[in-house]
Design a protein around this ligand. Structure first.
Ligand SMILES: Nc1ncnc2c1ncn2[C@@H]1O[C@H](COP(=O)(O)OP(=O)(O)OP(=O)(O)O)[C@@H](O)[C@H]1O
Ligand SMILES: O=P(O)(O)OC[C@H]1O[C@H](OP(=O)(O)OP(=O)(O)O)[C@H](O)[C@@H]1O
Ligand SMILES: [Mg+2]
Length: 285
């Protein structure tokens, strides 16, 4: 068997794993059938996928042993690896923040001199160093919200998504997030220089656009076409086709999913009819 042209790290479990595999599947790549598999060969695309702990992915990509990887921005920063962010994949959004018992800290600078529990010692260390603050960093593997209750630390620095875990532990966030994270594709150097990597990048960008946009089709009297087009300018320009009915045209255009209902209301109020919205399964702009 010929060696694969591209070797990619994918999270094997945790918050990123299912969404990463889903996105790669939508981009046309083969993913493992069994969640215990360590490797998946995608022969058709000449790609090998390696399933690794998300925390280790930046290490493999930074060393050049793997070409690309999917991980969290916070994990990339924490690793100190020379790997860099290639594409924001949008899923698994989370903030990374300080938290303590209510009233203990007024702002972020008050973490100085405290014991800070975290499983992201790299992120916290860099934050303190940048601001010239000193504090004792207590490294833990997880469930750090318990550290205050158990007396190991005064402050925690951890991933916050819904805030439920913090509330349960009786902690409140302090100041602005230390960083905002999402899942990212990481690489080394210029990944687009390698054709197989450039293709993966294009396919993932296509998935992101397909998720962000819907296709809107509607009929409108020709004298309202300019105003309707202004509501649905699309990415390039809307497609306009002749209708059999005299004086009417059909218009087709990509619209941001988040704006879809507002745009439909505005089109209807303008006089457009038969407004249909469909999902985009894949695209290449
Ligand atoms: N609610 C969340 N909890 C933890 N991580 C989250 C959450 N939402 C998004 N993430 C992101 O997922 C990544 C952490 O994933 P990881 O698999 O290491 O942790 P996990 O889901 O807590 O799994 P585990 O702790 O079981 O190893 C980080 O990039 C983090 O920002
Ligand atoms: O703001 P929330 O929606 O509550 O999510 C954030 C919490 O979820 C994660 O913990 P996880 O369950 O992964 O356990 P861990 O600390 O052992 O990793 C993370 O470390 C926070 O504790
Ligand atoms: Mg966790």
């Amino acid at each position: 068997m010929e060696p694969a042209k591209l070797r990619i790290a994918v999270p094997n479990k945790g918050s990123l794993a299912a969404a990463a595999a889903q996105m790669l599947t939508e981009a046309g790549y083969r993913q493992r059938a069994d969640p215990k598999d360590l490797v998946c060969h995608d022969q058709a695309n000449s790609v090998d996928f390696f399933y690794l702990r998300p925390r280790d992915i930046a290490t493999y990509v930074g060393s050049g042993d793997l070409d690309l990887g999917v991980t969290g921005r916070d994990l990339l920063v924490d690793s100190g690896s020379p790997a860099t962010e290639v594409l924001d994949l949008g899923f698994a959004p989370a903030t990374f923040r300080f938290a303590a018992r209510p009233g203990v800290l007024v702002d972020e600078r008050d973490v100085a001199g405290r014991r800070i529990a975290t499983s992201y010692a790299g992120v916290v260390g860099a934050y303190l160093a940048e601001r010239g603050l000193t504090a004792e960093v207590v490294r833990l593997d997880g469930a750090v919200e318990n550290a205050v209750r158990l007396g190991v630390a005064d402050v925690i620095a951890d991933v916050v998504q819904t805030g439920t875990t913090l509330r349960q532990a009786g902690l409140v966030t302090v100041g602005e997030p230390i960083l905002r994270s999402t899942a990212v594709l990481i690489g080394r150097g210029d990944p687009a220089a390698e054709p197989a990597a450039a293709q993966l990048l294009h396919r993932l960008q296509g998935v992101l656009v397909a998720r962000r946009y819907v296709m809107v089709v509607y009929d409108v009297p020709v004298e309202l076409l300019d105003r309707a087009s202004a509501l649905t300018p699309g990415i390039e320009s809307p497609t306009v086709s002749q209708l059999h009915r005299e004086g009417w045209v059909a218009v087709q255009s990509m619209v941001q999913r988040a704006a879809m209902h507002r745009v439909m209301d505005e089109l209807y109020d303008l006089g457009a009819r038969a407004i249909l919205v469909t999902d985009i399964h894949a695209c290449r702009l």
